[in-house]
Design a binder for this molecule. Structure first.
Ligand code: MV4
Length: 462
């Protein structure tokens, strides 16, 4: 096992990794910006090093500073968390070449899945069902038109270097395609320095369901079931569940087998997530793969009883997976609410100092957070302040427990999305599980003009 792990992240996930290391008897090194000097991940780590000023590009994205910190402290592994450098193939490669274990997949796997066209090719090679669309990149508006004619409108133009909803544009009919293609390509070029586009049939109200996979360094791959992630706002997940009520045993087995086959085919290692769209008829279609531990991993932990971050550490150190597929049991139902420092109506950031803080507790309640009374929520970073995760024997019990926990949760001094979650959890359509990826559109503040931003949601709603 590793002797010392450097955590190249901040906030709740940095603390999550510090705790997993402690549980395993591994020493930890926290890195932090000047603004995060008094953060809990710094306080609870064995050592800490300042890596730069508040702006992420100068600190948590500063590869030379982080590598220097790793060498200086003699860390033998780096955990990248999520966001920041977690899906940066160059960073993983630098770790590999410096003899520091990157806790995640190989740099080649990260690069492969980062190119969404290459990822789809890999999925096709593994016989994973794909959304109908272009078999590769589309290089001209004419080519896009020919393919759109074939798959039928509406279609979705996606940037090959995008992902997570960045660089997508819906095209409703043929007359819009030419202009949309040029605009989307220009936006992709500006945002990613790469104008490669591909095209898919646009599914209007699919569910977004993802499979958690895990692979060790000995060729063993398992899946840990699915998460229902349809509750998104502007491509930010708001609430996640495990399992998905729309997935029965047969479908779970088929999606899981497809995800495992993809991992086997590319020699995948460590934790990963295979994202699918689920059509109303139960058809499932690969869209992309995330090569990191995700924010919502805790709902999978709650229903499987497995510590996924501990498993990441074990597997990266060369240990065999502690479970085989038949040991993986999904028990009960878990829900995660992302508590953000945001105005609960407009969702604009609300950083500041917390002047009163009380966390919920009790049976089946978990809070993963880095805040406390008098903590500062900084404007430099994303607005997630806590993940509130509840477990129940059934979805109904989990919903009631979540309402109870949200009512107990006191965060004063900043605005949070707690009131929004309370509204959502009493929405009859949500409670009846009549959800899809456009569900939260009805909670958006005001209808806006037709969407054209590269990072905006398809369909024009903002
Ligand atoms: C789609 C889609 C419908 N049709 N692709 C968004 C995030 C990224 N991982 C892929 N996403 C989607 N891809 C096709 N062909 C719907 C989504 C999508 C979505 C779209 C609009 C509003 C919210 C959404 C939430 C999840 C997925």
């Amino acid at each position: 096992m590793f002797k010392k792990v450097l955590i190249a992240n901040r906030g709740e996930i940095a603390l999550r990794v510090v705790r997993a290391c402690r549980d395993l008897g591994i020493r930890t090194v926290a890195v932090h910006s000047t603004a995060d000097r008094n953060s809990l991940h710094v306080r609870f780590a064995d050592e800490s090093i300042c890596i730069g000023p508040p702006a992420a590009r100068d600190s948590y994205l500063n590869i030379p500073a982080i590598m220097s910190a790793a060498h200086l402290t003699g860390a033998d592994a780096v955990h990248p968390g999520y966001g920041f450098l977690s899906e940066n193939a160059r960073f993983a490669e630098i770790c590999e070449r410096s003899g520091i274990q990157f806790i995640g997949p190989t740099s080649e796997s990260i690069a492969l899945m980062g190119n969404k066209v290459a990822a789809k090719r890999a999925a096709a090679a593994a016989k994973v069902p794909l959304v109908p669309g272009s078999p590769g990149p589309v290089s001209s508006a004419e080519e896009a038109e020919a393919i759109a004619e074939h798959v039928g409108y509406p279609v979705l133009l996606k940037a090959s270097a995008g992902g997570g909803g960045k660089g997508m544009k819906v095209v409703r009919e043929r007359s819009e395609l030419r202009a949309a293609f040029q605009v989307a390509r220009g936006e992709a070029l500006a945002a990613f320095g790469d104008g490669s586009m591909y095209l898919e049939k646009y599914f209007v109200r699919p569910r977004h369901v993802e499979i958690q996979v895990f692979a060790d360094h000995h060729g063993k791959v398992v899946h840990l079931g699915e998460r229902e992630c349809s509750m998104q706002r502007r491509h930010q997940k708001v609430l996640e569940e495990a399992p998905s009520v729309s997935v029965d045993k047969g479908l779970r087995d088929r999606m899981g087998a497809a995800a495992i086959e993809l991992c086997r085919n590319v020699g995948y290692r460590n934790a990963g997530t295979v994202e699918f769209l689920l059509a109303p008829d139960g058809g499932f279609y690969f869209i992309e793969m995330n090569t990191r531990i995700q924010v919502e991993h805790a709902v999978t932990e709650a229903v499987t009883g497995l510590d996924l971050v501990q498993m990441q550490l074990r597997v990266a150190a060369g240990e065999k997976l502690p479970v085989s597929q038949r040991d993986v049991r999904i028990h009960g139902h878990a829900i995660e609410c992302r508590v953000n420092a945001e105005d609960p109506i407009r969702f604009s950031p609300s950083p500041g100092r917390i002047v009163g803080y009380h966390e919920p507790g009790g049976f089946g309640v978990r809070v993963d957070s880095f805040v406390h009374d008098q903590a500062h929520v900084l404007p430099h970073y994303d607005s997630l302040v806590a993940k509130l995760v509840v477990w129940g024997e059934t979805r109904e019990e989990a919903i009631r427990r979540m309402r109870r926990a949200l009512h107990e949760y006191v965060i004063e001094g900043i605005q949070t999305t707690i009131p929004f979650h309370l509204r959502l959890l009493s929405d009859p359509e949500y409670v009846a599980n009549q959800v899809h990826t456009r569900f939260l559109d009805k909670y958006l503040p005001a209808p806006a003009p037709a969407d054209s931003a590269v990072s905006g949601p398809p369909g024009g709603a903002r």
